[in-house]
Design a protein around this ligand. Sequence first.
Ligand SMILES: [Ca+2]
Ligand SMILES: [Ca+2]
Ligand SMILES: [Ca+2]
Length: 563
Amino acid sequence: MTPRTAALASALSLTLGLAALSGCGDDAPSADLGPADAGLVDAHVVPPDLALPDFGPPTELTFPASGSTSAASGAGSFTFGVATASAQIEDLNPATDWYVWTQPVAEGGLGHGTFVGEASRGYTRAIEDVALVQELHLDSYRFSMDWARIEPQRDVIDEAALTHYDAVVDALVAAHIEPMLTVHHFSSPVWADDPRRPNDAPCTPSDTDLCGWDDPEGAPLLIAELAEHARLLAARYGDRVDDWATVNEPINYLLASYGVTVFPPGRNLILSGDTGFARFVEVVRNYIRAHVAIYDAIKEADTIDADGDGVAASVGFTLSVSDWQPARYNRPSTNPIDLAATARVKAVYLYLFPDAVQAGGFDTDFDGVSDEPHPEWANKLDWLGVQYYFRAGVTGARSIIPGIDASVCAIGLDFGACLPPSDPTHEVPTMHYEYYEPGLYNVLADFGARWPALPMTVTEGGIATTVGARRAENVVRTLEQIMRARADGVDVRGYYHWSLYDNFEWAEGYTPRFGLYTVDFGGTYDRTATEGATVLGTIAGARALTIAERTQYGGLGPMTPEP
Ligand SMILES: [Ca+2]
Ligand SMILES: [Ca+2]
Ligand SMILES: [Ca+2]
């Protein structure tokens, strides 16, 4: 995940909790959603209608061969893949900010959450792990090469790390698995913004601390360093890699790391009032600038078309998407205040970043329309990665997120935004959200209408569960919703399951298990295939989803319960 999901939920829950405690955010046109209000009649509140769309009896679905992620020739193709991220799986990685952030205080770290430690031993076992992907008959493996491992000190490159990743790429290519590389996936070298520096301490950029994405002097240096890193990857691996993702889930990442202190470096801009919020908006601008710089660096340095589709480098980024629904009093809402709040949340989460790097502009007031021209950002997106895990409600009845005037349903905090799940078995207990199958279709259809010329790939989708049948259901149902969007003409070219095996789920530690293969943490670290792996492998091998498989695992009905 990317925490994609966890990040979002954690970040927002902390935002909500702290904002509520400090009493801010009460300036919205609002009702007080105390218990006494719960029974009030509101003409705008519609009765809960949780009936799901009826697709009719299942037919067999077939999947064409894998093709280009971005070229016109790839329209209609389908790539099966699986995704990981370096900081979530790799051992031997003390130069990364997550290591310092989570290392116990007694050992010299900051002691936040669960120590990442050896993660899934994904570095020392990287070559043998390629066989896990191969066993599933997948076309592609999306992963990241750790920036901190390659460049543990500023401008000091660890050749042994580059050689290691060379071997991984070679093993993938030998197994006929196309690599897709994410350049920046939620982890940075400590020297990018040292998490050990307190938030109120002054910072002057130096080789040991560039002061981070919110620093007026440091951010341009950080952008240049990240572009230099991308150029190195593209020059080194571009002969075997064509598919590149610049950054991962930017809004979630920045919220968690610079907004509400749940990811390293633990900055608190959203929690520090209007001035902080303005600085947070500048952080978002800087990260868009970083995407553009990475995009340009890869385009310059990867000039070799590895797979013969006519494109040397297809460069996109991966976006966390949720199916945001207007809510009030824990029911679906048609109240204009809730519709407007939902529109603002969608503008920030779903549209701001992709619009910025296609049309070249920045939506400073979150209404979905650019207010600030940036022609230098235009046409810097060859494809979009879509990452879906859950549906969640949004209410305008309480304003908790500064600048957005909305509250969203997040862990343990409600404010009336939380909607009942379509079925209790759709709750994902360790992540505190609802897996809702049609949400992915809803987002893909929306994006297809908004950006009809933009090729998309579902670069993550999955479920935290210890039950193999539930994972298999998630796989089949995700594929059904993707094929539903394709049948409507949406240009979506593939599906990567999150994740290959259980891993470090950021602030959530090791409790949520997202792996097709389950990992024996703290023991042998052996990987054991779940029923999800078996079913995905069968589908990808046959390039077909049979009526029998759809009948057993698919549809919209109750899922196998989580114990
Ligand atoms: Ca290439
Ligand atoms: Ca190519
Ligand atoms: Ca605007």
